[in-house]
Design a protein around this ligand. Structure first.
Ligand SMILES: Nc1ncnc2c1ncn2[C@@H]1O[C@H](COP(=O)(O)OP(=O)(O)OP(=O)(O)O)[C@@H](O)[C@H]1O
Length: 557
């Protein structure tokens, strides 16, 4: 049955007006919903639902119930279905009966519930001929050497996004893949790519002092590029696969030498990649995979020009002749539309709600005016002196200022932002990772992708302008199943435009919305599964897609 559904046959199809115009559908193992009414939009796609995501699914059901006057039949009293129905207060809206798995119909829907088989996630898959997911690394078909390196990395089983992304990539398909922060997206693209490189056994290609990588991975920040490079080297360890990196702020000679020495996989920031391509050090003549990590960021106005330039370079294979892979935890609809033109007959994957915050992060808010922020910060940090804490501020100046201020108060801190020398940035990150400094004050440069072990607390000293940025920032904690904590200072004067989006994020993550925040959001968040974009019109406000392009990628942070 699962195979049938994955290929989009007509089973379990249902409305669910999809987030961001993409199709979502509930069906199969956890909850089967059979469409029979006009309200239903047939989608032909499967979604598995799971215990962790029951809340999300509950809200979907609730929405359907509201719209279609559905009658829901729960299982035996005390079982998961009963709990779920209870939990979402559906009793007020639909007739609930406790009679095992019997079916009950009304004119719109039939619900068949089999809650005991709930899986661990909610998944949306769209596209034609989707390869079925893998269930374990051992049975994935990945090469033995790679499996050894996976085991050495301490991975015992694939995460949800890996289960679905790996076979799609192995199958040669283009992919847009969305999953929450810290869910293992990097390995989801690195593993199948390295598998194929190991299988093909071709040596790295360099002609006329110009390297021809098989894989180019673009990342918005230098530190993230370094991190992906390191992870790539880990998976390619002791093999013939060569991984190199190119990023700004350091001498080109060293990087160029490494790349020319042989490189299958090149991880790069946009500015340095463009520079190397324009100088003829790198060409795309052998390229098979083009990967955009943090794809929505790579395709917003800041980097779009660079990405387009690379994709339209004369040596770049055309869309459809290369495999294009895009990964992110957030993917605004406008950017998805833009992304589609670089993709060929692609598969869309979403684990969880696109753009939602990790449910493993406990989110707190304080109403704090600009003048009260410093004492409030001190009191919070003094409560938890041993916590590894990442503090986000809006300006580079304030990052330095705050780090100094905290150090003067015996809280050993350092800072990372675009005005520091690259060596200082790397030192700051290293000190923070090693625990030499417990506190790192950062601008948005550290918001995305960075995987720093045991960050217990993220503090938004200044909230960002965009809700997606908020989601990425707080995603620096609560990674791969660990719990984390995020605290944000909400300044009424500057942050009011974000209130609705924040309330929605809290609501999706099933967290308490402070009354004062809820009242500022004018109830915008109440309807989680709206007919259009999951975030509605105002969601993502502050994300300015029309802002002028920046010249150098890192300088904006
Ligand atoms: N299957 C797995 N088992 C255990 N740990 C894993 C597995 N896959 C990835 N990890 C680890 O999980 C952490 C988060 O992974 P990764 O950085 O790829 O997340 P991400 O989804 O890209 O997050 P972000 O959206 O913040 O960039 C890393 O430390 C990674 O090594």
């Amino acid at each position: 049955m699962a195979d049938k559904m994955m290929t989009g046959m007509t089973f379990g199809e249902i409305l669910v007006q999809p987030p961001r115009g993409m199709i979502m559908l509930v069906g199969t193992l956890g909850l089967v919903v059979e469409a029979a009414g006009a309200v239903v939009e047939v989608a032909g796609v499967a979604v598995e639902v799971g215990a962790e995501e029951v809340a999300v699914v509950s809200a979907m059901i609730l929405k359907m119930v509201k719209e279609a006057n559905v009658v829901v039949e729960a299982g035996e009293e005390g079982d998961e279905a009963e709990d779920l129905v209870e939990g979402i207060g559906m009793k007020n809206l639909a007739k609930i009966k406790s009679k095992g798995k019997n079916l009950r119909r009304n004119e719109n829907f039939t619900f068949l519930q089999n809650w005991r088989t709930l899986k661990n996630y909610l998944l949306a898959v769209t596209g034609k001929n989707v390869a079925p997911p893998i269930s374990s690394f051992e049975t994935s078909g990945l090469r033995a050497h790679l499996l050894e390196n996976i085991a050495k990395s301490g991975y015992t089983k694939p995460t949800a996004i890996q289960k679905y992304s790996i076979p799609v990539i192995l199958n040669g398909r283009d992919l847009m893949s969305c999953a929450q922060t810290g869910s293992g997206k990097t390995a989801a693209f690195l593993l199948p790519i390295i598998h194929n490189l190991l299988t093909n056994k071709n040596p790295p290609n360099t002609e006329n002092n110009c390297a021809q990588p098989v894989v180019v991975i673009m990342s918005p920040t230098r530190e993230l590029a370094i991190q992906i490079w390191e992870q790539g080297k880990k998976f390619a360890y002791n093999s013939t696969v060569k991984v190199a990196v190119a990023y700004g702020g350091t001498s080109t000679n060293h990087q160029r030498g490494k790349i020319l020495g042989g490189c299958h996989i090149l991880v790069a920031t946009p500015g340095r990649l463009k520079d190397f391509v324009n100088r003829g050090y790198v060409s795309f003549a052998s390229l098979q995979y083009f990967v955009l990590d943090e794809a929505d960021r790579m395709l917003d106005m800041g980097f779009l020009g660079d990405v387009e330039e690379m994709l339209s370079h004369q040596s770049m294979p055309a869309t459809g002749e290369r495999q294009t892979l895009m990964f992110s935890a957030t993917f605004p609809e406008e950017i998805q539309q833009l992304a589609a033109k670089f993709l060929h007959d692609y598969i869309f994957l979403a684990v969880g709600i696109v753009g939602s915050a990790s449910t493993d992060v406990e989110q707190d808010f304080f109403q704090v005016s600009q003048y009260d922020k410093r004492p409030k910060l001190l009191s919070i940090l003094e409560e938890t002196p041993n916590d590894r804490t990442l503090i986000f501020v809006e300006t580079k100046r304030n990052a330095d200022f705050l780090a100094t201020f905290l150090s003067e108060h015996n809280i050993q801190s350092t800072s990372i932002h675009g005005d520091r020398y690259q060596s200082e940035r790397e030192q700051a990150l290293s000190d923070f990772k090693k625990g030499v400094r417990k506190v790192l004050v950062a601008t948005g440069v550290a918001a995305r992708g960075l995987d720093i072990k045991d960050v217990q607390h993220v503090i938004n000293y200044d909230l960002p302008n965009s809700i997606d940025e908020y989601v990425h920032r707080i995603g620096r904690t609560g990674r791969v199943g660990n719990r984390g904590r995020a605290t944000s200072f909400f300044d009424d004067h500057r942050d009011h435009a974000l209130a609705g989006s924040l309330a929605k994020i809290l609501s999706q993550a099933k967290q308490k919305i402070p009354e004062w925040l809820g009242s500022r959001s004018h109830g915008e968040y109440a309807d989680q599964f709206g007919g259009r974009d999951i975030r509605g019109d105002n969601f993502g406000c502050g994300q300015d897609f029309n802002s002028p392009p920046v010249v150098e990628e890192e300088e904006v942070w």
